[in-house]
Design a protein around this ligand. Structure first.
Ligand code: ARG
Length: 463
């Protein structure tokens, strides 16, 4: 049985059960009850401070709101489909508890600015949680980079073996990617941490409210100035979901590499049994399902972004009920990203990398071909000529079913007289890596420097 709606004055017929079921958002927005109550308490305190309500009225309302919060928490008051949304449910309960004075809470306020406030408060917590999870994953990566320092592996471009690199260097690339995610999260907050409350429905209010006071009480950096913008804007959610999408894109790339590296073909990584699953038919199988699921769940978050962008597209100002549809993409994106960041740290902690296997692959290939070209350049040859000669050497090796390491000096002389026996030193993967001179390269001293820098930075980072 539906309650008499709080807005029912101008209506002769009650809202049909079918329409209520269709339009109720409480199944989703009930997650915002703490934010909603915090906002109402700050609002009602301000109403007393500005003498719009008496101190006694304000106190009664606040006490009741705190009790309602406890009732919701304990399950005594259930936020169910008989209410249109979380705001009306709480207000109705308030009036039930304190009588007519409860009806004064909504003075100078509308659900339009109220929902925007709740969402901005929720966003603040979400950003904090996501940032902490990003930092944690970065720390796990640094731990692994230290643990496997010195291990070499083939680096790829086009998924073709390119040049030897340090595994730690590869892992550090993800630390940098996650750092940008961290910055993007913080950046979202800069614009989102403003209070929309006091915009009322769209035009502001004729009550002498103090918007800044409410903003300060709720630890906002200021107010969303334009009242029309305050109720019609959802950029703050779009920025957060877009950031979540990029986080997931990063995780999906890493997940893909773990999946690839766990194959027999690669054999570079061994995810622990506790983060893999078996097959119901093939007894020998060990599947990297958790990594696959992170890759797959990326679709949900991209979907959420597309969902909200589409909801907002071409909406006339200011508030439109369409905007109620923002909850699903918001919760979906934040929930999924949180879950995936969390499990990813666990997967990674429990993954072993196989140095022997990676280095084996380095020997049986042409990954140091660039070193031969660079060698000839150091002997005075233009790089393009050196590149062409090295290409011919590789082609010779392929034809004779051998690798660069199997060549002898006489054979090399048939390609160029500039070769001397020290060329063989440059063909070793570890020399190739050690030879690198540029900043940010895969040279061990550069990788070490990055590890030290990141460890310091991440240690100093507070939760
Ligand atoms: N449940 C609504 C939402 O989430 C709250 C705002 C409703 N405003 C209104 N005028 N119907 O968007």
């Amino acid at each position: 049985m539906s309650h008499q709606a709080l807005w029912s004055g101008r209506f002769k017929e009650p809202l049909s059960e079918i329409a209520l079921n269709f339009s109720s958002s409480i199944d989703l927005d009930k997650q915002l009850y703490e934010e909603d109550i915090a906002g109402s308490i700050a609002h009602v305190e301000m109403l007393a401070a500005t003498h719009i309500l008496t101190a006694a009225e304000s106190r009664r309302i606040r006490t009741a709101l705190k009790n309602i919060e406890k009732e919701i928490h304990s399950g005594k008051f259930k936020l169910t489909g008989e209410f249109e949304d979380v705001h009306l449910a709480i207000e109705q309960r308030l009036i039930q508890k304190v009588g007519a004075v409860g009806g004064k809470l909504h003075t100078g306020r509308s659900r339009n600015d109220q929902i925007a406030l709740d969402e901005r408060l929720y966003l603040r917590t979400a950003v904090k949680e996501l940032s902490n999870l990003v930092t944690h994953l970065q720390r796990v990566l640094i731990y692994k980079a230290e643990r496997y320092f010195g291990a070499l592996m083939p680096g790829y471009t086009h998924l073709q073996r390119a040049q030897p690199i340090m595994l730690s260097h590869h892992l550090l690339a993800y630390v940098s990617m996650l750092e940008r995610d961290f910055e993007r999260l913080r950046d979202c907050l800069k614009r989102a941490n403003k209070s929309p409350l006091g915009a009322a429905a769209l035009a502001g209010t004729s009550f002498p409210i103090d918007r800044m006071k409410v903003a300060k009480k709720l630890h906002f950096d200021g107010i969303v100035e334009n009242s029309i913008d305050a109720v019609s804007d959802r950029d703050y959610l779009l920025e957060l979901i877009a950031t979540c999408s990029i986080v997931m894109m990063h995780l999906s790339r890493f997940a893909e590499e773990l999946v690839l590296w766990s194959t027999k073909e690669f054999g570079f990584a061994h995810i622990s049994d506790s983060y893999t699953t078996g097959s119901s038919i093939m007894p020998q199988k060990k599947n990297p399902d958790m990594a696959e699921l992170v890759r797959g769940k990326t679709g949900r978050v991209y979907g959420a972004l597309m969902n909200l962008l589409t909801v907002m597209k071409a909406l006339p100002l200011s508030y439109n009920r369409d905007m109620q549809e923002d909850k699903l993409p918001l919760f979906e994106a934040v929930g999924t990203t949180r879950q995936c960041l969390f499990i990813f740290s666990h997967i990674l902690v429990h993954t072993k990398f196989d140095r022997v296997r990676m280095e084996e692959e380095l020997r049986n290939d042409f990954l140091t071909a660039t070193e031969i070209a660079d060698y000839l350049v150091r002997k005075g040859m233009p790089f393009r000529d050196a590149h062409a000669i090295t290409g011919k050497i590789v082609s010779y090796c392929i034809e004779h079913r051998m690798f660069l390491g199997n060549l002898d000096i006489d054979t090399l002389h048939t390609f160029s007289k500039s070769f001397e026996p020290d060329v063989f030193d440059y063909l070793l993967p570890h020399t190739s890596v050690e030879q690198k001179k540029s900043a940010g390269s895969t040279a061990p001293h550069e990788v070490k420097r990055q590890i030290v820098r990141w460890s310091r930075l991440l240690k100093a980072r507070k939760a």
